[in-house]
Design a binder for this molecule. Sequence first.
Ligand SMILES: Nc1ncnc2c1ncn2[C@@H]1O[C@H](COP(=O)(O)OP(=O)(O)O)[C@@H](O)[C@H]1O
Ligand SMILES: [Mg+2]
Length: 271
Amino acid sequence: MTQDIVPGTPAVTVTGVDKTFETRSGQVHALQGIDLEVAAGEFVSLIGPSGCGKSTLMRLIADLDQATSGSISVFGKPPGRARRDQDYGIAFQQAGLLPWRTVAGNVSLPLELHGDRGRAGRVAELLEMVGLSDFGDRYPDQLSGGMQQRVAIARALAERPKLLLMDEPFGALDEMTRERMQTELVRICAETGAAVVFVTHSIPEAVFLSDRVVVMSPRPGRIQEIVPMRLESTSSRTEALREDETFFAMVTAVREALHQGSHAPRGVENR
Ligand SMILES: Nc1ncnc2c1ncn2[C@@H]1O[C@H](COP(=O)(O)OP(=O)(O)O)[C@@H](O)[C@H]1O
Ligand SMILES: [Mg+2]
């Protein structure tokens, strides 16, 4: 659990990370010289062309793969230790729910795996947080894509992680649902104080959610620029921000940073 974390420790520290994949057709240099620090409670988005290594970087932080060189720490620990301590929750593009378990059963899975007492109360609290209190006994295939994503987020939050790793979690959702989910995520983060590393293809989504937007360049993925969002604090952002001049200014700033990449930012759309 996360209580052994020294206050003020960054959520994520990435130092000089390179990642090369060995494939049958040769080496793929996916990441080069990545340096990044995400503070506790900070919301950082990664944006960049398809194939620039965003998912690879997420997988390294989540201990699902190992860097070729450089180092990563999560709350000052090696990623493997942070993983065992359940310091972070993961929500990736596909909700990844177990179809034979109910909504409540999916959300309670991490709690069951760690023998948590008071499970029923916690599951009810989580379902309420994502607005699914009435759906606990449904099965995933009875829910819309947006609801399934909310179940996945509730599950990621079950162990009260101080870090959420989210790789295009709203990628499959229609625009309306997507904006609603963004607003909900802002609220959930304000409630839990969790830091978030969030991958998206959408510039407005990155701007709406983030304290800072990390713009990556094409392969080998490097950090092109880190754009601070000069907006009200993430916890007080509302729908009105989407119509605000300052919001459009930040969208432009991120788009320009993307265009400064050595190639045209293929695969990045202004969604
Ligand atoms: N397991 C793997 N084996 C070989 N190449 C990989 C593997 N995973 C990713 N890659 C390659 O690394 C690069 C970065 O991929 P990825 O991190 O998925 O990019 P992104 O998420 O930014 O679209 C791509 O060229 C991809 O083909
Ligand atoms: Mg990806």
